[in-house]
Design a binder for this molecule. Structure first.
Ligand code: FMN
Length: 199
């Protein structure tokens, strides 16, 4: 086995593009950032995706309770949105207050500026101990206003290499806090039967 740090750097090759995940419960809207999203279907008529969300994130509870979320691919000019949604929790602030958005067909917020958005209804979940993998049935898709003008999809590697220098300390501190939380809980995986599925 390689040293843990080297293993982690290798695993970073498996991160996804940086995505914004929005949710809404009882009128409270929220958004977070993830680089743990993946296509989960090869069938064009059954579009699905999945995303890992840590249990300490406010978004986790909103998505788990409502069974719906919107996943947005971002473009390479959206560093500020990543800072706004991915560095602090929305538990006691409205992170979407100054971010133009509208309610999607499922009621969760769709951001005007993005590369593309996928509105999802949760079809199943998998517990990892520290996070939940949400499998989403895509019920609506669209391009964002910024797609044409703003270049490529924001990848995790591009974000890490190009984020403003003054954010690095904060980013690293957030990552280390998340890693400590995850380390404590990762081995306590519980079986979860998603609502509507038969065990
Ligand atoms: C580049 C980047 C990638 C991230 N990836 C994930 C991820 O895959 N899963 C996750 O749960 N949180 C991830 N986060 C952290 C959350 O976005 C962050 O904890 C956020 O503040 C959660 O907000 P909330 O508590 O309002 O839901 C990431 C943050 C950044 C900046």
């Amino acid at each position: 086995m390689l040293p843990p740090d080297q293993t982690y750097q290798l695993l970073r090759n498996l991160t996804s593009p940086v995505v914004a995940v929005t949710s809404e419960r009882d009128g409270k809207e929220n958004g977070m950032i993830s680089d743990g999203a993946i296509r989960a279907s090869i069938v064009p008529t059954v579009p699905r995706l999945s995303v890992y969300v840590h249990k300490f994130n406010f978004s986790h509870d909103l998505i788990f309770d409502t069974g719906r979320f919107v996943l947005h691919l971002l473009h390479t000019k959206q560093f500020d949105l990543i800072h706004r949604l991915g560095f602090v929790s929305g538990r006691d602030r409205d992170k979407l207050a100054d971010v133009p958005h509208r309610a999607g067909v499922l009621g969760a917020p769709v951001l005007d500026d993005c590369w593309a958005h996928f509105e999802c209804r949760v079809a199943n979940v998998m517990d990892t101990g520290s996070s939940t993998l949400f499998l989403g049935d895509v019920v609506e898709v669209g391009f964002g206003a910024g797609k044409q003008a703003q270049g490529d999809v924001m990848t995790a590697a591009h974000f890490r290499a190009n984020m403003p220098a003054e954010w690095r300390k904060e980013y690293q501190a957030g990552l280390e806090t998340a890693q400590r939380f995850a380390e404590e809980r990762s081995r306590h995986i519980v079986p979860v039967v998603w609502r509507g599925l038969k065990p």
